[in-house]
Design a protein around this ligand. Sequence first.
Ligand code: ZN
Length: 457
Amino acid sequence: MMKRLAAIGSIVGLVIVASGSAAHAAPDGLTLVATKHSLLGTHTWYQQTYNGVPVLGGYYATHTDRAGATAVADGRIAIKGIPARSAAVAQGRAESSVTGRLAGTLLRSRAVIVPGDTAKLGWLVLTDTARGTVESVVDAASGTTLSEKSTVKEVDGSGQVFSPNPVVTLQNESLKDTTAASTFTAAYKTVTLTQLTSGVTTLRGSYASNQSSSGVTSSTRAYTYTRAQAGFEQVMGYYSITSAQEYIQSLGFTDVNNSAQKYKTTGYTDDNSYYDPSTDQITFGTGGVDDAEDAEIIWHEYGHAIQDAQVPGFGSSSQSGAIGEGFGDYWAYTMSSAVSTNTTVTPLVCIGDWDAVSYTSTTPHCLRRIDGTKVYPGDFENEVHADGEMWSRALYDISTSLGRATANTIILEAQFNFTPSTTFAAAANATVTAAQTLYGSTAATAVTAAFHARGFI
Ligand SMILES: [Zn+2]
C-alpha cells in the first residue's frame, strides 16, 4: 500500500533540486518535470526524489492562476525505512536479466526508489517486446522483480455490427446477400470497441489486429459502416474476436490465445474462411455473404486459433482435426448464446445462420448443427467437418448439463492437455479428468455421459 502525505497549502519550505543532485541536506526533494501554460494559468509538475533518486509514483504539482493564487496537488509518498544508497545488483545485470526473460530489447533504465512498507532502491527497466513496451522494476539489492506491467494504453471506440447476425436478430430466414440494404437497418447494433491500442487510428488492440488491405482508420475511434462498406467486416472481426477473448479471461484464463489475433477480411474471394497456424492469422472470404458478416463464422475460426495457441500444431490427425472443427462450431454456439436467444426460427444449435443462406436451401439455414445424433465409430466418415459434429454434440451436452461457464472452464482447461494428434478417446478422457479436478465427481459423471453417448469412451 502507498500512503500519500497530507496536502500542504504552499510550496514554501520544499527543497527543489536538479535531477541527480545530492547537494541538499534533506532526503526529500523535487525535480522539475514540466511547466504547462493553459488559458487560465501555469501548471508546474515535479518528480518526487529521495537522495536525488526519483520516487516511483511520487509527484507534486502547483497550479497558479492569473491572479497569482497557487493550489497544490501533493502526490508525494512517505518513504519508510532507509533504502540502500548503492546497488548490489549492477544496472547492466538488471537490464540483461529483464530483456533476456522478456525476449526483448532494452529501451532504457534508471535507478528508482520503490515505496512500500520498507522502501527499496530499484532499477526501472523499459523493454521493447513483441507486445509493446514493458516496464519492470528490479530490486537493486536482491535482483528479484518487484513489479512488471505493460505501458501500452487501451482506449474504447465505438462500432456498428451485426450481433450475432441479421438472420438471428431479425428472425428472418428469407434474407439474401442481395436483399435491399434498408431491410438490414434494424439488424445493426452500436457497440463499444474495447482494448484498442492508444495512439493509433487503426483497428488494432490487445486481442485483435486488423490486417485487411486498406484497413479502416478513425482518429475519433468511431467505426460506423454498413455491410456495403469494407470497414463493416473489419469492425465485425475486431469486435467478435475481442469479445471472445474477454469472455475467456472472465473465466480466469490468462493464457488462452491472450494476444492480438491477426485477422483479414479482404483479398480472399471464396465462400470460405480459414485459420493459418503458420502465420497465426484468420482470413475471411468474401464469396456469397461475406463470412465476417456472421459472428458465428468469426467465432468458429477463432476456435481454431484458441486450440493452436493452447497446443502448438493442434489438429494433425483425422480425429484431432475433427475435434478442431467440432470445438469451433461449439465455440460459435456458446459465444452466440450470450447475445441471442433460442427460437424455433433460429435455434442456437444452428451455426452460421447468415453465412449459410448463400449455400443452403432448407430452413433454418445452417453451416452445421451441433445437436446431431451420430455415434463413433459407425458414423465416422474421415472428413473433419462431418466428424466434428460428433465432438460438438458432446460439448453441447456438457454445456446443457453443467451450464455455460462451468462447461467452458472444463473444456478450455482440458484442451491444454491435448496432444496435436490426439484421439477422440484421449481428448474425452482429458476432459473428464479436468471436470473431476475442477468440480468433482458430479461434473465428471456428466462429462463422461456426454462422450459415452457419442461412442468416444
Ligand atoms: Zn474450421
